[in-house]
Design a protein around this ligand. Structure first.
Ligand SMILES: [Zn+2]
Ligand SMILES: [Zn+2]
Length: 326
């Protein structure tokens, strides 16, 4: 077969020239699925620039060190053989989409295939890859019949993140749906906690993975939902831990907080509960509760540390908002 009729590596059965090449040359993909296919083809043909250009700045994969990132992608492309792309499902709604696919790959003559549920977000009319849940091998259970339920995040610079949230007065179907979507969003973004203002709902609610301390290890078991939380009796004892936030991607800093607190909250059954917590639970709850009061972890840093972070924060703000709201 001559190169002129080279089939597109995205397995569309169409010639590359008429399939993914125009996208690699700068044309905008009309659907998230087209973007997904063209990204697979870019990996197969080793075009790292295309992967970088089509990754959402808030993606866990996004790196400010573009040089290193390009090199890493190139290394991955070179050691991998891209056998075949198999699309299992694709859902698109407004500015959000998910695609479940199997990437049939070989690495060092071994099967390195995986199934991924990828999430995409349209930003200024352009589809971008945001995050993915990966499972080794062929995992059709990742296919869901639901519409994409990943909620758009509010990022650093968005005024909703500096506002005090409203108290919740009723647990209804709308709230139950929001909680479900928040949990899915938290998991898709690899977060351990997520507060409602981070998904553009200014109400006193957060979800978190429930840490269980076993010896000196922490296991996360199940998810906790807290409505109208109130913190009291912080311990004089403090601890310093490096924190990050889904609304401030790629930035981490040491934050000092009380080691133990008392938390009072309402659960989704409407029961008011009171617990004394320490360790990771105390840490996550304080971080998330701060969001409900319009406080970010970077506000908890000393002036000098904040100064040090300032250029990175400015860079991030420009990168994400690009002059307009997401
Ligand atoms: Zn293609
Ligand atoms: Zn946060």
């Amino acid at each position: 077969m001559s190169t002129q009729t080279q089939l597109c590596p995205c397995c569309s059965g169409v010639a590359y020239e008429a399939c993914c090449k125009p996208l690699h040359d700068g044309q905008m993909p009309s659907t998230a699925l087209a973007l997904m296919r063209s990204r697979y083809a870019a990996y197969a043909l080793c075009i790292p620039e295309y992967i970088v250009q089509t990754t959402h700045p808030a993606s866990p994969q996004f790196s400010l060190d573009t040089e290193q990132w390009l090199q890493d992608i190139e290394a991955f492309c070179k050691e991998t053989t891209f056998e075949r792309l198999e699309i299992l499902s694709s859902h698109e709604q407004d500015n959000l989409a998910n695609v479940v696919f199997v990437a049939h790959l070989t690495k060092n003559e071994e099967n390195a295939s995986f199934t991924e549920k990828s999430f995409f977000e349209k930003r200024q009319g352009k589809w971008l890859y945001r995050s993915g849940q990966l499972t080794e091998g062929h995992a059709p259970h990742l296919v869901t019949t639901n519409q994409p339920r990943l909620l758009p995040l509010a990022y650093y610079g968005d005024p909703i993140l500096t506002k005090e949230a409203e108290r919740i007065h009723a647990i209804d179907d709308d709230l139950r749906k929001l909680v479900e979507e928040m949990i899915e969003t938290m998991d898709a973004c690899d977060g351990i906690g997520l507060a409602a203002p981070q998904v553009h709902h200014s109400i006193k609610l957060f979800v978190m993975h429930n840490p269980v301390e076993k010896g000196n290890k922490t296991l996360f078991q199940g998810v906790k939902v807290m409505l109208n939380p109130e913190i009291s009796s912080p311990s004089a004892d403090t601890s310093t831990i490096s924190e990050g936030c889904l609304s401030i991607p790629t930035i981490h800093a040491d934050v000092q907080r009380p080691s133990e607190i008392t938390i009072e909250y309402t659960d989704m059954q409407g029961t008011r509960l009171k617990e004394r917590v320490k360790g990771w639970a105390a840490r996550i709850i304080q971080h998330e509760n701060d969001h409900l009061n319009g406080i970010l972890f970077i506000d908890r840093l000393s002036e000098s540390e904040k100064q040090k972070l300032q250029p990175f924060l400015e860079h991030l703000k420009n990168r994400i908002h690009d002059g307009t709201e997401l």
